[in-house]
Design a protein. Structure first.
Lengths: 79, 330
């Protein structure tokens, strides 16, 4: 499964949109929640870029894990 | 290897045979072990082969599987703990122990989610302690088995690399549930205590609020991270100071809710853990508060065994939660 580049607009939506997901991997749940909390405190373009980079790197590093692959589909698939 | 309590002689044979071990036990028992490839934290409470127990003679061991391709011991302090995730193995996991309330623990508890590469590598672990009657008299410790070096501050970590066909999976079991219809609580700062908070958007004193609703402080407040329920346990309501003291920090910007009492902790653990999960578990820990409040002495927790802890670690510090780490084939 390919992980979209950090320029893909769906990453930004993932940080901004309040939506429930059926994630399977604990780190996905914790990381996305933490990135959203941090972004909402600062709300700058720089913080958004940092959040997207972290999220995209997490999926790239862990995409061989079937639970993470599921979470990526869950996160970006519906957008 | 079965995760269970071992006597010192048996463990010394395993250490001499080159086994790589994560250990939990009373400090005096741990100091009887030979030098070797082990890390340990002090704690005499466990869920072991006969259920929840207090044992100062035997030591709980979790062995690193023989198929691990590399096992390294790393030690961090409050100045270096921020690199914990950066230094994680490319495919593998980190197993960490740190003493309760030490400067390294404080830094990790408050700031881990802001550390570089947070959650990029799997990190599980537990916070060491002492027997309840020794609290305030003896400090919790960690031990580096290579030199039997005892530390009151720091974090000791086994960095375990795995073959490409094996993947570590860390998960949690939380027997508490958010009161979904209940009030939304927001804290004004990252802190171990709270005075004024926002309740449904209105500022009021948290101690007064909890006393008014007669809240059972054995029940944590809970944040929902996409279905991962993150507890913060309440230690004490200081009526004089109008302050609520917490067992682990709350964070500004997070929405918390109250939880409801759990009538039977052991039964709830059994119902929350799917059958067969315990067979793949390589490491687990559970919260000492669950042992105490849930009266888990002599009771099993769905076959998952490990030390009770003064804080559980699954990527970050948790509270009143069971953490387990499994390895799956892909």
């Amino acid at each position: 499964m390919n992980v979209p580049s950090s320029f893909d607009k769906r990453w930004e939506a993932a940080i901004l949109v309040d939506k429930s997901y059926n994630f399977k991997f604990l780190a996905t749940k914790i990381l996305l929640a933490r990135l959203k909390i941090n972004f909402n405190k600062i709300k700058t373009a720089q913080e958004m870029k940092k959040s997207i980079d972290e999220l995209q790197t997490f999926f790239k590093k862990n995409i061989n894990n079937p639970l993470v692959a599921n979470d990526l589909s869950e996160l970006l698939g519906g957008m | 290897m079965e995760q269970k309590l071992y006597d010192v002689d048996t463990l010394n044979e395993m250490i001499d045979a080159g086994k790589k071990l994560s250990l939990a036990g009373d400090e005096n028992a741990l100091m009887k072990l030979h030098k070797g490839d082990w890390i340990a934290g002090t704690m005499p409470y466990f869920v072991a082969q006969d259920g929840g127990c207090f044992n100062q003679e035997q030591i709980f061991a979790a062995e690193i599987p023989d198929y691990a391709t590399k096992v390294e011991v790393k030690v961090f302090d409050e100045n270096s703990i921020q690199n914990i995730y950066v230094e994680g193995p490319e495919n593998g996991f980190m197993l960490m122990t740190m003493p309760s309330m030490s400067p390294t623990f404080e830094k990790f508890a408050m700031e881990a989610p802001l550390f570089p590469q947070f959650a990029m590598h799997p990190l599980a672990g537990w916070v060491s302690g002492v027997a309840l009657e020794d609290m305030g008299k003896i400090t919790p410790k960690i031990i580096d088995g290579r030199e039997k070096k005892v530390m009151e501050n720091g974090a000791i970590v086994l960095n375990v690399s795995l073959p490409a066909n094996k993947i570590p999976v860390i998960d949690i079991v939380n027997i508490f549930e958010q009161d979904s219809e209940g009030d939304v609580i927001e804290f004004l700062q990252d802190s171990y205590d709270a005075t004024d908070v926002f309740i449904n958007g209105f500022k009021r004193n948290f101690a007064d609020y909890l006393l008014e609703i007669k809240y059972d402080i054995k029940c944590p407040v809970i944040a929902d991270f996409y279905g991962a329920l993150m507890n913060t346990s309440l230690k004490q309501i200081d009526e004089q100071e109008k302050r609520v003291i917490l067992w682990c920090p709350v964070f500004k910007g997070v929405k918390y809710k109250l939880s409801k009492p759990v009538p039977n902790y052991a039964e709830k653990f059994r119902s929350e853990i799917p059958e067969g999960v315990s067979e793949n578990v390589q490491f687990s820990c559970n919260c000492l508060l669950n042992y105490l409040y849930g009266e888990l002495e002599g009771k099993d927790t769905a076959g998952i065994r490990g030390p009770f802890a003064l804080g559980e670690i699954a990527y970050q510090l948790l509270n009143q939660t069971m953490v387990h780490l499994s390895i799956i084939d892909i």
